[in-house]
Design a protein around this ligand. Sequence first.
Ligand code: NAD
Ligand code: COI
Length: 330
Amino acid sequence: MFAFSIRKDEEPYVKEWAKGHPEIEVGYTDELLSPKTAKYAEGADGVVVYQQLSYTAETLQALADQGITKMSLRNVGVDNVDLDKAKELGFEITNVPVYSPNAIAEHAAIQTARILRQTKVLDEKIENGDLRWAPTIGREVRDQTVGVIGTGHIGRVYMQIMEGFGAKVIAFDPYENAELKAKGYYVNTLDELYAQSDVISLHVPATKENTHMINSSSIAKMKDDVVLVNCSRGALVDTDAVIKALDRGKVAGFVMDTYEDEVGIFNADWRNKTFPDKRLEDLIHRSNVLVTPHTAFYTTHAVRNMVLKAFDNNCELIHGKPADTPVKID
Ligand code: NAD
Ligand code: COI
């Protein structure tokens, strides 16, 4: 098995897995999988991958040309895989759908609380020696109605945390969870959720249907001073529409751990370089916008599970066993 883009913080877990599987030869590199680097996997039966870049047709072809069609992702999202090409080439793909929902939900909840209490503004003021209270007054979480879009693994944990703060939590999901339904969390339509929520947090996948689900017409249906939280996928949000709504004061705050143009920008060092995206630069410097570079998942707990589960999955694939968490590619 060969793994691409293994970071320093993942290396101990790769070694832990390899130690427990002496029958498997494990190789790895810190380089991203690309048409150029695919050759590093030569002779392997399967690859374990995670990367910020897309798994393009060309990349998949480069693996297939070496007879490698068993690929295990160390993450949840599969929106960056050219699934049509994967199908054409006969790929078997696995992901790790549940490595630590808490990691992402906790981050979303922390950022929600931070934006409501204006901690970014306070921190900046304090650093500059301005220790006055006004006008940096906060909103208490318990006074908010928090609308959760998507009640899957992560959305459900976010709901629990927000309830722990005392918020009124409502939710929308076309596939309702029986337990949440029995407890009366669901509203019937997204429009109802938009109309009632003071905070709206997205926990849905970036499917074609969900692309830009937050746009100027959905924002128009929301309450004034709404706070938007996107720790899911950048493509869910029409960033320009949110910027306009921030400028008008309709949206009071925006939490973004994901950004529609993040590929090639997030998880890179831009110090002493020209920042490549003016729109993102503007958002980063706004006092009512909290940007994190897709780090919601990034905890020791999550990373260990991502690595160990992806290697287990790939081991199953190369032994011809049915994968525990296959990615549906038809
Ligand atoms: P999940 O599959 O467990 O749950 C997603 C839920 O969304 C499902 O219940 C589905 O029915 C629902 N849904 C789909 N479209 C909807 C819509 N239009 N309206 C309402 N509900 C809808 O997924 P998850 O593991 O909870 O992941 C949620 C999101 O978090 C995904 O976008 C995933 O890629 C993202 N994610 C982000 C990070 C990060 O570091 N920021 C890490 C992991 C996952
Ligand atoms: C995911 O697991 O889908 C994430 O968003 C985290 C990142 C490692 C891609």
